[in-house]
Design a binder for this molecule. Structure first.
Ligand code: IVH
Length: 751
């Protein structure tokens, strides 16, 4: 605070302000212009705060180029956006042989295949970045990065400079989207870094970063000078099928002139898949380019179609990752970061070390138990060895995930190193940090008064899967928060009203001009209309991720209806919480008294006297596929919390919330609620459900007045009776198939 600086002499203050201006300008340039931050976000904030405090104590010393008046440059926004005709997917991961066996088992189970032969392709997983190439009439018309899978960046001019990407195709379907990976070979990467270093330019940490940096150049001539390559391994929209199997489709892409990976192999069993994995792993070091695993895909494309997709990954493919890479280094310090939901997360600050080609200087330490050498159930991990500042620790990283600390070598522990004392108050706002029974995590109880929570919530709010406001990224909201311009999401939508459309303050800042200020307001206006699932996700409620948000949006269909339902369910959530508590107590008591715990009696007692409406709302909420009691309690808790609720209501009042799109609005069952009962003979229950959902239907587990169709197979019992009572249309499996057969099938989006 200003008082803290009051003891400073005017001379010292002037000198420090000059230093801070210089340091912050350098940090801004490193971050925004060079994509190569030199200090951590926390260090940056500390400098910014110190600057603001000195300025508050000595207002007349505020410099003309004061860092307080500057926000980082707006993101380039320089590439136009392209919506993918078919979504670009990512892959689920397998890490062990058992995971792979589970994958093939689940594919068989979904399809209802027991002994029938089932072939998979196995091929290297290239460690680059994926690209979608659209050909029309045999001509390359568009190239787009993956982006969020739905919308990517238009990098057509750059893609045309890559030798492996043909400009024209002969004998291809009229419309063909080819998908694959852009990458850089080890030799080209080393040569590029040597050239860059010599020219005093920026060097890249690994071939993947080099490939990404080279493809995303605004000047295509720079891309041309970078030796990028491309492997084709999948496809998006096609006007005619490429082939009937994955293997033959890849061969067809090869014949059309694309590079396809020579280590692609057809395997007839899990054992053959694993043998090919071992073979590729042995060849890995000599390939000359980075791979990070092996991808298995169901070979038969008709089966791929039946298996369909989960929300972001196909059921018919999986990536079998190579084991994590390890290194030892010094743990210099343990910092505590406070997240969006108040979680205190310990972060290891490390002496930088290369782990599998990437320089690592931070790693997660999970939680206080992990540091102390216990798991969440209190059992020993690492033989009970705790981790202390100054320790020699083993770091590992698997794929893209945050590096972790796996082990500690206590023989190298510096003398006098003390056990780490995990804070019991929030390091950001001083509120109590409490750990609830059964939670591994200690949380700041400050809610929105905690600046760290507020900022993290805002960052989440503007993130890509949430409001995704062009020009308003994590860095900008953080700045606007420090400036006091945006304290909660609703403030984003009143920014223009409060500061005027010219927004003098913004216009005069480095990196912002009249034009970018106008663009920012336009981008904000653009998001005043927001799909329901994005709004729910954007709120950043604990346990409510993208999948749960989509499930809630589909179920309630409308913001007001959802909020009303959550409010109605609130008393039930309280009963649930009480019941859980009472059950824990009852278990303890029973153990002491040497008798069996009366769980159901205890539970029933806690629910007694609850009114029927609350119970119905609770059952409806927790009956949504994928929404359990944990999510429901979290939702109710947030909506009951006064400040949070006021902030949510204020925000929602400024928005137009768009209802969820039926996934296949032209299908005859889109928007209908259906229930399956009895035995299905043509497909498994799982496939029937996935297929119905892909056609936009809602699949429920129980019959109610809201049910539109009951599909009853042999052996149907009480559900059929109830449907008859309620007058719900009941049909058999064949009639159901006839009903949906004309509808577009759940076609795969990719490969
Ligand atoms: S298939 C639906 N095959 O890995 C399947 N992906 O972790 C689409 N990747 O986004 C992907 N090599 O960028 C496939 N041989 C390969 C691949 C591969 C690398 C990348 C791709 C994908 C990511 C998923």
């Amino acid at each position: 605070m200003a008082e803290d600086r009051a003891g400073m002499s005017e001379e010292a203050a002037r000198a420090r302000l000059a230093e801070l201006a210089e340091m912050l300008a350098a940090a801004n340039a490193a971050y925004h212009r060079d994509d190569a931050p030199e200090i951590t976000d926390a260090e940056y904030d500390a400098l910014k705060r110190e600057n603001a405090e000195i300025e508050a104590a000595f207002p007349h010393l505020k410099r003309a180029d004061s860092p307080s008046d500057q926000v980082g440059a707006a993101p380039s926004g320089a590439f136009s956006k392209i919506s993918h005709a078919e979504r670009m997917l990512s892959l689920g991961n397998a890490f062990t042989d058992a995971d792979v066996a589970e994958f093939t088992r689940s594919v068989r189970k979904f399809l209802g295949l027991t002994d029938a032969p089932l072939a998979f392709t196995a091929e290297p997983k290239i460690d680059g970045l994926s690209l979608s190439l659209r050909y029309e009439g045999g001509k390359l018309v568009q190239a787009a990065t993956r982006g969020d899978g739905t919308v990517g960046e238009n990098v057509t001019a750059n893609a045309r400079t890559i030798d492996d990407i043909p400009e024209t195709l002969t004998g291809a379907p009229d419309i063909l989207e080819v998908r694959g990976e852009v990458y850089m070979s080890h030799a080209d990467f080393a040569a590029l870094n040597a050239r860059q270093a010599e020219a005093g330019g920026k060097t890249f940490a690994n071939p993947r970063n080099a490939a990404a940096g080279s493809l995303r150049q605004l000047d295509a001539e720079i891309t041309r000078a970078r030796p990028l390559r491309f492997f084709a391994y999948a496809w998006g929209q096609v006007s005619a099928p490429l082939a009937d199997t994955q293997m033959r489709a890849i061969e067809r892409l090869g014949a059309l002139g694309f590079q396809v990976n020579p280590l692609t192999k057809l395997c007839n069993s899990t054992d053959e898949m694993l043998a090919h994995y071992t073979d590729i792993e042995q060849k890995r070091a000599g390939l000359g380019y980075d791979i990070d695993g092996v991808v298995y895909k169901v070979d038969d494309l008709a089966l791929q179609g039946r298996l369909g997709l989960r929300s972001t990954t196909p059921r018919w493919a999986i990536a079998h990752k190579f084991p994590a890479e390890l290194a030892w280094t010094r743990l210099e310090a343990i910092d505590i970061q406070v997240g969006r939901t108040g979680a205190l997360s310990p972060v290891a600050r490390l002496t930088p070390v290369t782990v599998g080609g990437v320089v690592v200087s931070n790693a997660t330490l999970h939680n206080e138990d992990y540091i102390a050498g216990r798991d969440s159930a209190g059992a020993q991990i690492r033989d009970g060895k705790d981790i202390r500042e100054g320790d020699w620790v083993q770091v590992y990283r698997a794929g893209d995930v945050i590096p972790k600390i796996a082990d500690v070598d206590i023989s190298k522990r510096p003398e006098g190193a003390a056990p780490f004392a995990f804070p019991e108050t929030c390091p950001e706002c001083g509120s109590d940090a409490v750990r609830e029974e059964g939670d591994a995590v200690r949380r700041c109880s400050g809610g929105l008064i905690c600046p760290a929570q507020a900022v993290e919530k805002l960052k989440h709010f503007v993130s890509r899967a949430a409001f995704d406001i062009e020009g308003l990224g994590a860095k900008q909201v953080e700045q606007f928060y420090l400036d006091g311009w945006i304290r909660e999401p609703g403030d984003i939508f009143t920014l223009k009203d409060r500061y005027g459309s010219g927004m003098q303050q913004l216009k005069n800042r480095e990196g912002w001009g009249e034009k970018s200020a106008e663009n920012l307001f336009a981008a904000i206006e653009d998001k005043r209309q927001i799909p329901l699932h994005r709004l729910i996700f954007a709120l950043g409620l604990r346990h409510v991720g993208e999948v749960a948000s989509t499930d809630l949006a589909r179920h309630y269909g409308d913001w007001d209806a959802m909020v009303a339902a959550i409010d109605r369910a609130a008393p039930a959530a309280e009963c649930h919480r009480k019941a859980e508590e009472a059950i824990v107590e009852e278990r303890k008591r029973a153990a002491n008294e040497g008798r069996r715990a009366d769980i159901s009696g205890t539970r029933n007692a806690a629910w007694e006297g609850l009114d029927a409406d609350a119970r119905a709302a609770w059952e409806d909420l927790t009956g949504i596929d994928g929404i359990g009691a944990t999510v429901a309690v979290a939702l109710v808790t947030s909506f009951q919390q006064k400040t949070e609720r006021a902030s949510i209501d204020r925000l929602a009042g400024m928005l137009t919330v768009l209802p969820p799109e039926a996934r296949a609005s032209d299908s005859p069952v889109a928007g209908k609620t259906v229930v399956f009962t009895g035995t299905l003979e043509k497909m498994t229950r799982q496939e029937a459900k996935a297929r119905a959902e892909a056609l936009g239907a809602k699949v429920s587990g129980s019959v109610s007045a809201k049910t539109d169709i009951l599909i009853a197979g042999p052996g149907a019992g009480s559900k059929a009776t109830k449907a008859a009572e309620l007058g719900v249309e009941t049909i058999d499996e064949d009639a159901w198939l006839a009903l949906i057969n004309d509808a577009p099938a759940a076609a795969p989006s990719d490969g």
